[in-house]
Design a protein around this ligand. Structure first.
Ligand SMILES: [Mg+2]
Length: 297
């Protein structure tokens, strides 16, 4: 189906759109804020709430602390944002709990993910961040460590060869659990600048070790189902998922069965229309939908 530009439909069609879901799940970076707050995003969620929708947030970004997220939500006047947020670090901790995991976790992640795992009682190992540059030293990184029972990948700005050697070594044991959070291969850092994301490195380790991680970040289906569980939602078809990234956000929506809305903050209409993954709806920004929503409140 051709994606619908929801800013350009008549009143009846817009009402039909609003009535087609009960829950709004939204990505954060690039949707609610970018380098600063995106105008109208707070008002958008406020209006959705007034229309009787429940509001939840689903981000691949485990790097911010609770306090930092709270500040971000406050900057756009969203109340209880953090309480209703699902990020990979929490999904990873909950997954490990669900399988009664009791060994050590090897983390190729941001410090915040390690701190979330530790706060849930898990033993974490990580590093090295600084490495030697000869083969004798590198051999050490290819030694197994029996204490490790899981390898976890999430955003790690200090990723390097030794960490990947270690991950590959541990993953040779089939009973070692392999989990990934953020999967983004590319990250839009600022207009005109796209950089490599953690997915590039996870994919290398997966390819070499012939293992597939359980994806506890977008677009992994298990992550979407985890977010639904946290939000007490049982019917994915009554969820509108909003995001700015086609692979992660719209891909997640397709995997779980959500309705999807792409905001064009990081993609053009042309990119969207030429992509094999297509949202149900698109709009310039959340703010651009505020005047339309006001007519129904
Ligand atoms: Mg985003």
């Amino acid at each position: 189906m051709e994606p619908v530009n929801i800013m350009n439909v008549d009143s009846d069609r817009f009402k039909e759109f609003i009535d087609s879901f009960d829950h709004v799940f939204s990505d954060c970076d690039g949707v609610i804020w970018s380098r600063g707050p995106l105008p109208g995003s707070g008002a958008f969620f406020d209006l959705m709430r007034k229309l009787g929708k429940t509001i939840h947030f689903v981000s691949n970004n485990s790097m911010r602390t609770k306090e930092e997220y709270e500040q971000q939500f406050q900057s756009v006047n969203i109340e209880n944002g953090y309480e209703n947020l699902t990020v990979p670090s929490v999904a990873i901790a909950e997954y490990l709990k669900s399988v009664n995991f009791n060994k050590a976790v090897y983390c190729i992640t941001c410090p915040e993910t390690i701190s979330v795992l530790r706060s849930h009682g898990f033993t974490c190992k990580d590093g090295p961040d600084i490495v030697g540059d000869n083969h004798t030293v590198f051999l050490r990184y290819a030694e197994d460590d029996d204490e490790i029972g899981a390898v976890v990948f999430d955003s790690d700005f200090k990723i390097n060869m030794p960490k990947m050697y270690k991950a590959i070594t541990y993953l040779k044991r089939p009973d070692v659990i392999y989990l990934s959070g953020a999967t983004d291969r590319l990250v839009p850092l600022k207009p005109g600048l796209v950089t490599l994301g953690t997915g590039v490195f996870t994919d290398l380790v997966s390819e070499y070790s012939k293992r597939d991680p359980i994806q506890l970040g977008k677009p992994g289906r298990a992550f979407g189902e985890f977010a639904m569980k946290r939000a007490n939602v049982t019917d994915p078809s009554r969820v509108l998922f909003i995001g700015d990234m086609i692979e992660q956000d719209i891909g997640l929506g397709k995997a779980v069965g959500f309705k999807t809305l792409l905001v064009l903050t990081n993609n053009t209409k042309e990119t969207l229309l030429s992509h094999s993954i297509r949202p149900d709806f698109y709009a310039d920004t959340l703010g651009s939908l505020v005047p339309l929503l006001k007519k129904f409140v």
